[in-house]
Design a protein around this ligand. Structure first.
Ligand code: PGA
Ligand code: MG
Length: 229
């Protein structure tokens, strides 16, 4: 489906936006918090390039990936649970201070959101980021004014790629499958949209790892959210 076909028929409808890697470049703050956590545990830093590849499935998975130093981690053996719990506590403490400090809104995002708002589009953030970090980051970056609904990583019992967070946000906005679009950067976003029966736009500049965003099966792939207008 062309971008034009996707949106002309549906707007003003509802749009669901992923946060990290789609609206906000949050990886520098996440990397700083991961590296503080690793330093506390006597380990060497992971660095921004690695951490960018580990974002998108929530903080628990980010911390497990940082401990395992790779994207595909095996669930830890029972003896590692204490380490994981310590690492999570240290990471949360660090990120509470660092969240938003270096974060930057990606080019094109504010123009897109402002334009959609003038069209009457109703918008939600649907992120795997833990709830406590979402509103502060949206406030810090000036984006909170655009969103009526926020679904965070622990709002429901399941996260993306499960479709439930998208369906929940859509229902809260009063949207329907025929009038709602998901916009994200990763395989979790595209898979969740597919499973929810909602069309999906993917951005190329985000944090998807392992495969090209163009191969995920999104209905459209863009380099900037201004391409949606
Ligand atoms: O993994 C995270 O914490 C955030 O991920 P998302 O905003 O891209 O869903
Ligand atoms: Mg993302």
């Amino acid at each position: 489906m062309s971008l034009k076909g996707l949106f002309n028929a549906r707007w003003p409808g509802c749009a669901l936006f992923d946060l990290d890697g789609t609206l906000v470049d949050s990886a520098p703050d996440l990397a700083a918090a991961v590296d503080q956590m690793l330093a506390h545990l006597g380990r060497s830093p992971a660095g921004l390039a690695n951490v960018r590849n580990w974002v998108g499935n929530g903080s628990g998975v980010l911390v497990r990936r940082a401990l395992a130093r790779q994207v595909d981690w095996e669930p830890p053996a029972a003896k590692d649970d204490a380490l994981y719990n310590d690492a999570m506590a240290i990471f949360y403490h660090a990120y509470r201070q660092l969240n938003g400090q270096q974060a930057a809104v990606f080019d094109g995002v504010t123009d897109c959101l402002a334009h959609l708002k003038t069209l009457g589009c109703r918008m939600a953030v649907v992120t795997n980021k833990p709830d406590q970090f979402v509103a502060p980051l949206l406030q810090q970056t000036g984006l909170e004014q655009y969103f009526e609904v926020i679904v965070g990583g622990d709002t429901l019992a399941v996260k993306k790629p499960d479709p439930a967070p998208l369906v929940h946000a859509m229902e809260q906005l009063g949207g329907t499958r025929g009038t709602t679009v998901m916009v994200g950067d990763s395989v979790a976003d595209v898979s969740a949209a597919r499973a929810a029966g909602i069309p999906c736009v993917a951005v190329r500049y985000g944090y998807n790892f392992g495969s090209s965003v163009d191969s995920l099966g999104a209905d459209a792939v863009v380099d900037s959210l201004t391409e949606l207008l």
